[in-house]
Design a protein. Structure first.
Length: 79
């Protein structure tokens, strides 16, 4: 689980930089401190599900991307 938290932080940081969003600006949008966001990006702490969804909205990605490293299509699973 800890490795997954680090991977989430790494993907979050990479996407934020791709979108040219400064860490301080994103932290303000999320209503958290820059230190908190820095710790999430470094994988030192995890964030709540509501915060994760806010991050996804800002970065224009799905939770699949941050959690799993890829985005799923809109195909429905066959059961």
């Amino acid at each position: 689980m800890e490795k997954q938290i680090v991977n989430i932080g790494t993907r979050l940081k990479q996407r934020r930089k791709e979108m040219h969003i400064k860490q301080i600006d994103m932290a303000k949008q999320l209503g958290v401190s820059q230190a908190f966001l820095s710790n999430v990006e470094a994988g030192r702490i995890n964030c709540s599900l509501p915060l994760l969804t806010d991050i996804c909205c800002i970065l224009n990605v799905t939770p699949d991307y941050l959690i799993l490293g890829h985005m799923r299509g809109n195909k429905q699973a066959v059961i």
